[in-house]
Design a protein around this ligand. Structure first.
Ligand SMILES: [Fe+2]
Length: 216
């Protein structure tokens, strides 16, 4: 509900409706239930979730604490809210991301393509704020693999809300031609599911990708 919709904001109600203002409990009971949001589709965790948690895991993946250099690649922002399907914003949720670097490499013992960018943090974890919001500064990951194993650029997400099962999913980039050839992206059941894991791009000096996460 938008604050502006609250009935107590009404200034000049017809006499016949004034009793509503005096009886807010009845007004709330009579209001139709908020539309339920579709939960974000789950996606595989993949093999590259950090084997050991890095010492620096803050919201800025473009710089590693104690190092002078900056991560290679195009700097982007990834932001959005954690929402409950029925009750809306979820403050205090843990949001973790992990992703490949500008050359498509992970910081992980199972990475076979060579060492990842030492100035790229590769993993970040934050808590959602009072409005369910989260924010990361990172770089746009490159695709990796080939043939049937090719992975279009994506960012892995793990969302932890107290008392609920974890949500593991992946965020995809809008307008990315490789999405159509990615087996995991294509495995999503329909266009709505694919839209739900595809971020929305907002312009600006730094490209900002909006990714809303809905927990069942
Ligand atoms: Fe991946």
């Amino acid at each position: 509900m938008h604050r502006e919709d609250h009935p107590n904001r009404a200034v000049a109600l017809p006499v016949s409706r004034r009793w509503l203002v005096a009886a807010p409990a009845i007004v709330l009971a009579a209001r139709p239930a908020a539309a339920q949001l579709a939960p974000t589709p789950r996606q595989t965790r993949g093999p590259f979730y950090p084997a050991t948690r890095p010492t620096d895991s803050d919201l800025d993946l473009t710089q590693v604490a104690g190092r002078q250099g900056r991560a290679r690649g195009e700097v982007i922002e990834v932001t959005g809210r954690v929402l409950h399907a029925r009750s809306g914003p979820l403050p205090g949720a843990t949001v973790e991301i992990w992703q490949a670097d500008a050359d498509g490499r992970y910081h992980h013992p199972r990475e076979s393509a060579g060492a990842a960018d030492p100035n790229f943090q590769g993993f970040g974890a934050v808590r959602s704020d009072g409005d369910g919001g989260y924010f990361f500064r990172t770089i746009r990951p490159r695709f990796y693999g080939s043939g049937a194993g090719m992975r279009t650029p994506h960012i892995h997400f793990r969302v932890l809300v107290e008392g609920r099962p974890e949500l593991v999913t992946q965020m995809y980039f809008p307008g990315e031609a490789m999405n159509a050839r990615d087996g995991l992206f294509r495995s999503l059941s329909d266009e709505n599911a694919r839209d739900a894991v595809t971020a929305r791009l907002e312009g600006g000096a730094v490209p900002r990708f909006i990714f809303e996460i809905v927990v069942a």
